[in-house]
Design a protein around this ligand. Structure first.
Ligand code: HAM
Length: 403
């Protein structure tokens, strides 16, 4: 038997209902915020992710599904959605057009991680990206949108917030962090020694317990922000306070991708185990430029759909539509035609075998139909159909012309 690859799941039946319920709810809310759908390819040039997510990140350094295609191109399956959307934004010359452009997307992402509960190699994200707004109100609107989506799905969360500074204040902070790391270099893990050379601030979210204890004493970026970044961060906190969105400041929240500046945030759940991040995002004002576009401020987030599916409170599913069945062989053709006709206005399914009433009632229950409709010899002779309303528990026989 051939099974699916490790960390890659099928989505069907009840899971698929949760999946589509999530997509529909999130789409509805993103559209209310003025976002438009964008679809980008699953496969992109590897260079796109090296230049955006960053070569020092685990995602690019260790987790890419990367290969040389038949045309000798170095390509990879997208590990995340932002880079592709920025590439499309620049390729379509929207950076040159100016103005505000807001997109949402959903689809598969691929990371060659060690699979465990909540951590897959193929997973799905719902994300949004906004281009052309440098105001911190847009950062707040992003956070409000995630909060609205989670509330609509009945999901409790904690919001963690940080500012990563900008090209003004970050380099100075980086220097003071590097001096700190140099003093404790013998005690930190190998990955952190490597990070010191490639992207020192990434040491702050190292998962190694010893490192975490050491970095408690590290200088905090939040205390080194320039006045513009500090003002924006204060403003963001005030907007969230005004809108009753609770948050925690997490000075070690640096995110696993290199493109962020200023606002960084993560939504976590305490109800799904160790892989607790259900959404993450932030501002990335330099990325359009890094990908050869005209400098354009941008901010966005993505939510992990599989993690959210564990938490969604589904609305009660009501009985819906018609189930039709024949009690005699001769009635099967009529049942099939009636079902076909009914589908023009309603959901309708039928059984292709003649069965007794009890079996048909079971069949109707299985597909959660509201009406079980049955035709036997008697009904055939009288041009009628027997109908049971499974919600109100009423039965009637009606003429076919009225059905
Ligand atoms: P990210 O934090 O890497 O951000 O991923 C966003 C979400 O995807 C995570 O919070 C998590 O719920 C989910 N996720 C990540 N990896 C896995 C996995 N292996 N299995 C299951 N779920 C996973 C980004 O991808 C950025 N592009 C977000 C963004 C958009 N920033 C700005 N715009």
């Amino acid at each position: 038997m051939i099974n699916s690859l490790r960390g890659m799941n099928d989505i069907l039946s009840e899971d698929y209902e949760r999946f589509t319920y999530f997509i529909n709810t999130a789409t509805d809310i993103a559209q209310k915020y003025g976002y438009h759908f964008i679809e980008t390819p699953l496969l992109e040039e590897t260079a796109l992710f090296k230049r955006s997510v960053g070569e020092s990140s685990d995602i690019v350094g260790k987790e890419m599904y990367q290969f040389i295609d038949k045309g000798e191109n170095d390509v990879c399956l997208r590990p995340e959605g932002t880079a592709g959307v920025v590439r499309a934004f620049v390729q379509k010359k929207l950076d040159k057009a100016g103005g505000i452009h807001r997109f949402f997307y959903h689809g598969s992402m691929f990371r060659y991680e060690r699979p465990q509960k909540g951590r897959l190699r193929q997973f799905h994200q719902f994300g949004v990206e906004s281009f052309g707004v440098d105001s911190v109100y847009e950062d707040a609107a992003m956070i409000m949108m995630v909060s609205d989506i989670l509330k609509a799905l009945g999901i409790a969360y904690r919001l963690q917030l940080n500012s990563l500074g900008d090209s003004n204040c970050m380099p100075q902070y980086r220097d003071s962090l590097v001096s700190f790391i140099e003093k404790c270099e013998d005690d930190i893990c190998e990955d952190c020694v490597r990070r010191k050379a490639t992207n020192p601030i990434r040491v702050l979210d190292c998962k190694n317990g010893t490192c975490q204890v050491i970095y408690k004493e590290a200088p905090k970026l939040i205390n080194h922000l320039c006045s513009a970044c500090e003002d924006d961060f204060e403003k963001l906190k005030k907007i969230l306070d005004d809108n009753e969105i609770a948050y925690e400041i997490d000075t070690n929240l640096v995110r696993g991708l290199d493109y962020y500046s200023k606002t960084a945030f993560e939504f976590v759940s305490d109800n799904i185990g160790s892989q607790s991040a259900i959404a993450g995002g932030g501002r990335y004002d330099r990325l359009v430029e890094f990908l050869d576009g005209r400098p354009t401020p941008a901010v966005g987030f993505a939510m992990g759909i599989e993690r959210l599916m564990e938490l969604i409170k589904m609305p009660e599913v009501k009985r819906d539509g018609y189930y039709l069945g024949a009690m005699d062989e001769e009635a099967i053709d009529l049942v099939v035609s009636l079902t076909h006709k009914k589908r023009k206005s309603d959901k309708a399914t039928c059984d292709y075998k003649a069965k007794n009433l009890k079996s048909h009632l079971k069949g109707a229950d299985k597909v959660n139909a509201r009406f079980c409709c049955v035709i036997g010899t008697n009904e055939m002779q009288n041009d009628t159909i027997w109908v049971k309303d499974l919600e109100n528990k009423t039965e009637s026989t009606m003429f076919l012309k009225n059905f």
